[in-house]
Design a binder for this molecule. Structure first.
Ligand code: NAD
Length: 441
């Protein structure tokens, strides 16, 4: 039986997030010049699992949640990547995030491929017990696809160390043995690494310190806006604030606040973590006073005239609509995929230096790798060791990528992808490509 081919739409459809993500490969390959076979392999995720997770709710009802795990590539080692709990999770998003992880792990030279997982859920609507059941149910669904030598998850948006601990515990029960190396970002007591909590932000912070040295920045004169005030955003703001940088704007999913004189970041963090609200305050001890600040939208925050803009929430916030209005001199992508590919050349031409996600937020996966190594060896490191090794790696890869960017007069993103592509290609080509096999016939 033949089936009719559906007629193609007459107008070009918006590219999916995954298609958009892949366009960066083509741009990077103009520099990296790897074999077409390598690019073809990287276009195709290796393994995808979709599960339906039944959860008994506190009111006695049963609800079903859809979860995914995608292993994009394992040519350089087991896949590695977070698990996101968010209402907007989709397979397209999970695939894109997994692809970025393959590139990110290659950028910082970790012996990992890329993976990612997610569940379509708003965890803020669940009780703690429902969240635990969902986390354990997710692991029961995907356990055949994950493992210390297969695919190693970690936290991402709206998942944290507690969730990782439940997941490790569930996996260990299924495996019949304690398996801490199956997941990273765990509580310290369950085999987590010192320094994992702020590692994502700290990696970006070390890059900012390199730029500070190069450009002779005086921290007190450098203004910073941070979109998203969760793990990545809070720690980034805190680390820069501690060094005297002026954090003039922050936001969360409900909107943002702006203060020309800068915020006292520890006060903002205290209130946010106690009340889940972002409030312009100054605290001394437990006494907090409101300070003058302007309410702004997330859109307005992105368009502020600041020295450093750090998108630290979700993907796709700098797009065709606002790319011409970005006034920040440097964009540090703490979030994954905050800039749509169409905006890359516009930002570059407008002189906006973008430190791409696959480099800027690679501190998280780097310390996750340290955690995995510590779990496997049983040798646990001091915090100073974690910081030193992270700093060295971030500075080294930043320098390497900057050199590629300068040599080819290319954006940092293209240079970072070219750097990753070369490492991915050398692993793929080590097992032989058409060039190798055809030449030996
Ligand atoms: P998180 O859940 O700790 O925080 C997310 C923050 O974003 C919250 O403050 C939330 O209110 C805010 N937010 C949600 N929707 C928003 C919206 N529409 N507009 C503005 N703010 C919004 O998550 P996180 O771990 O900090 O992750 C943030 C980003 O960093 C994600 O893109 C994630 O993939 C990336 N990232 C995180 C890590 C990590 O180790 N946590 C590592 C690498 C990359």
């Amino acid at each position: 039986m033949t089936t009719a081919t559906p007629s193609l739409p007459t107008h070009a459809a918006e590219p999916s997030l995954y298609e958009d993500a892949l366009t960066r490969l083509d741009a990077a390959n103009k520099i990296a010049q790897v074999e077409p076979e390598t690019i073809e392999q990287l276009r195709r995720p290796t393994h995808i699992t979709e599960v339906s997770i039944p959860v008994r709710m506190d009111d006695g009802s049963r609800q079903y949640f859809t979860g995914y795990r995608c292993r994009h590539s394992d040519v350089r080692g087991p896949a590695k990547g977070g698990i996101r709990f968010h209402p907007d999770v989709s397979l397209d998003e999970v695939k894109s995030l997994a692809f970025w992880m393959s590139c990110k792990c290659a950028v910082v030279g970790l012996p990992y491929g890329g993976g990612k997982g997610g569940v379509i859920v708003d965890p803020r609507e669940l009780s703690r017990m429902e969240l635990e059941r969902l986390s354990r149910g997710y692991v029961r669904g995907v356990h055949a696809a994950i493992g210390p030598d297969t695919d190693v998850p970690a936290p991402d948006v709206y998942t944290n160390a507690t969730v990782m601990g439940w997941m490790m515990d569930e996996y260990s029960t299924l495996a019949g043995k304690r398996t801490p190396a199956v997941i990273t970002g765990k509580p310290i007591e369950l085999g987590g690494s010192l320094g994992r909590d702020d590692a994502t932000a700290r990696g970006a912070y070390y890059i900012v310190k390199e730029m500070e040295r190069d450009q002779g920045w005086k921290p007190g004169e450098i203004t910073v806006a941070v979109q998203g005030f969760g793990n990545a955003g809070q720690h980034f703001a805190r680390l820069l604030h501690d060094d005297g940088y002026k954090i003039v704007a922050v936001s969360d999913s409900r909107g943002g606040i702006y203060r020309e004189a800068g915020f006292d970041v520890p006060s903002l963090i205290k209130i946010k973590n106690e009340s889940r609200r972002l409030k312009a305050v100054y605290c001394e001890g437990s006494v907090c006073e409101e300070v003058d600040a302007k309410q702004i939208s997330n859109e307005e925050l992105l368009e502020l005239d600041v020295d450093i803009l750090a998108p630290a929430a979700l993907e796709g916030v700098i797009t065709q609509e606002n790319m011409g209005d970005i006034k920040a001199k440097t964009v540090v992508e703490l979030a994954n995929g905050p800039v749509a590919s169409i905006a890359d050349p516009v930002l570059f031409e407008n002189g906006v230096k973008v430190i791409p996600d696959i480099l800027a937020n690679a501190g998280g996966v780097t310390v996750s790798y340290f955690e995995w190594v510590q779990n496997r060896t049983g040798d646990y490191w001091e915090l100073e060791t974690v910081h030193e090794r992270l700093q060295r790696r971030m500075a080294r890869e930043f320098r390497a990528i900057e050199a590629i960017a300068k040599k080819h007069k290319a954006p940092m993103r293209t240079a970072a992808y070219a750097h990753a592509l070369k490492r991915l290609a050398s692993a793929i080509e080590a097992t032989g490509t058409q060039r190798y096999f055809a030449s030996g016939r």
